[in-house]
Design a protein around this ligand. Structure first.
Ligand code: NDP
Ligand code: 8X3
Length: 250
């Protein structure tokens, strides 16, 4: 099987690439940092093709897909994983550039990849798109404003793809992880503030990028006649906290 992973240089994408190659699958590993991808290629060998891709540069994506070399040109599975959160400030003080970048990466990049890869899947009447959403796409939390909204887009886009793909054998899943440590996600969110990033995972047992890599592999290897529409996963320590009320002082 050939699997194209966006955001393959770190976190979930890297964990999945390692697992897929170990199972003999070919991986097109896409990200901006070629040095990280090349280091992976040294370990993973010829089954791993490093490809420089900035999903924010949506105009570049069709050519990157069209130019994939022999053996890698057919994408059987697209894992739209590249994404990021920037900041946890409330909307009234949040940075507009951060908001725009989250939309560009999490929404527009994912749309562009899907648009470039889906027609060939439909023509072959086979294929699988896995979008990496988040619990933030369903459950509001303080400071989640635009990040959660981008992941709500990813969820609804995934479900609408399922509607459009009626009658084809092309599958679509929205994977919705909760708290996961051990990736670069929190460090990116807090703009490189390691202390703040680490604090998110203090005092409880959370999930790891390796756990999510296992889940993604399980999805990819699931029987072709089953479609997992949405899969929400979180550590046992994390759960719902209900609505809240701001009481008046008097
Ligand atoms: P990481 O920050 O560890 O990895 C993100 C990956 O995305 C990197 O490989 C990065 O590579 C790539 N990336 C970022 N921006 C771009 C871009 N413009 N173009 C191409 N690649 C890009 O994060 P995670 O592995 O933790 O997260 C992966 C996905 O999972 C994201 O969509 C995130 O929103 C989602 N998620 C994460 C959770 C968590 O708690 N960790 C929980 C729920 C969902 P490079 O910098 O080399 O381009
Ligand atoms: C990342 C998970 O809980 O930080 O998507 O929003 S959370």
């Amino acid at each position: 099987m050939n699997v194209l992973i966006t955001g393959a240089s770190a976190g979930f994408g890297k964990a999945l690439a390692e697992r897929l190659v170990a199972k003999g699958h070919r991986v097109v590993g896409c990200a901006r940092r070629l040095d990280k991808l090349n280091t992976m290629a040294e370990t993973l060998g010829d089954l791993f093709l490093p490809v420089v891709m900035d999903v924010n540069d949506t105009a570049s994506i069709p050519k990157i897909i069209a130019d994939l070399p022999d053996g890698f040109e057919q994408i059987d599975v697209l894992v739209n994983n590249a994404g990021l959160a920037l900041g946890t400030d409330p909307a009234q003080t949040a940075n507009l550039d951060d908001w725009m970048r989250m939309v560009d990466t999490n929404v527009k990049g994912l749309m562009a990849l899907t648009h470039a890869v889906l027609p060939a899947m439909v023509a072959r009447d086979s294929g699988y798109i896995i979008n990496v959403g988040s619990i933030a796409g369903s459950w509001p939390y303080f400071g989640g404003n635009v990040y959660g909204a981008t992941k709500a887009f990813v969820k609804q886009f995934s479900l609408n793809l399922r509607a459009d793909l009626l009658g084809t054998q092309v599958r679509v899943t929205n994977l919705e992880p909760g708290n996961v440590a051990g990736t670069e996600f929190s460090n990116v969110r807090y703009h490189g503030d390691d202390e703040k990033a680490a604090k998110v995972y203090d005092g409880f047992k959370t999930m790891t990028g390796e756990d999510v890599g296992d889940i993604l592999l399980w999805l990819i290897e699931s029987p072709a006649h089953i479609n997992v529409n949405r899969l929400e996963v979180m550590p046992v320590a994390q759960t719902y906290n209900g609505l809240t009320i701001a009481k008046q002082d008097s």
